[in-house]
Design a protein around this ligand. Structure first.
Ligand SMILES: [Zn+2]
Ligand SMILES: [Zn+2]
Length: 129
C-alpha cells in the first residue's frame, strides 16, 4: 500500500501510474487525484478558470444552471464560454450547452427569438385535461 500525496489515502500500487523516474517506479499521486488534477488543468488552460474561480462562479449561481436554473450535481456543470473572446459566460448544464450549440453557440438571437415565439404560440397547458 502506498499513501497518495494529494488525497492521503492508502492505496495499492496499481492505483498509481507508472513513473520510471520515481524511486518505487510509481507516481506519488494516485490516478484518481491525477485525473482530477488533469481536469482542472484542462479547464484552466482552456478557459483561464481556476478551480477556486469555478466554485466561486458556481456558488454565485447558487449551484444552478444559468439557463434552466436546475441544480447541477457535482461535476456536471459545463463551462460556457464565448468562442470569439474566450471569456467565460457562465456555468450551464449539458442539455442547455447542447441547445446553445444548435442556435449558433447561443448567438443566433433572431433564431432564438423565433424559437421562443414559436414555442409560446403552440404551448398549451396540458395539465388541466
Ligand atoms: Zn489520491
Ligand atoms: Zn440548464
Amino acid at each position: 500500500m502506498k499513501r497518495c500525496r494529494t488525497c492521503g489515502d492508502n492505496q495499492p500500487a496499481a492505483a498509481y501510474h507508472k513513473d520510471a523516474s520515481a524511486p518505487d517506479g510509481r507516481r506519488s499521486v494516485c490516478r484518481y487525484c491525477k485525473a482530477e488534477i488533469d481536469r482542472w488543468d484542462k479547464i484552466a488552460r482552456r478557459y483561464s478558470l481556476s478551480k477556486e474561480a469555478f466554485y466561486e462562479l458556481l456558488d454565485s449561481q447558487d449551484g444552478r444552471c444559468a439557463i434552466c436554473l436546475k441544480p447541477m450535481p457535482r461535476g456536471t456543470a459545463v463551462v460556457d464560454h464565448c468562442h470569439d473572446t474566450g471569456l467565460v459566460r457562465g456555468l450551464i448544464c449539458n442539455e442547455d450547452n447542447l441547445a446553445l450549440g444548435f442556435v449558433g453557440d447561443g448567438r443566433d438571437i433572431p433564431r432564438i427569438q423565433r424559437l421562443l415565439r414559436y414555442a409560446e404560440k403552440y404551448a398549451t397547458d396540458h395539465t388541466e385535461h
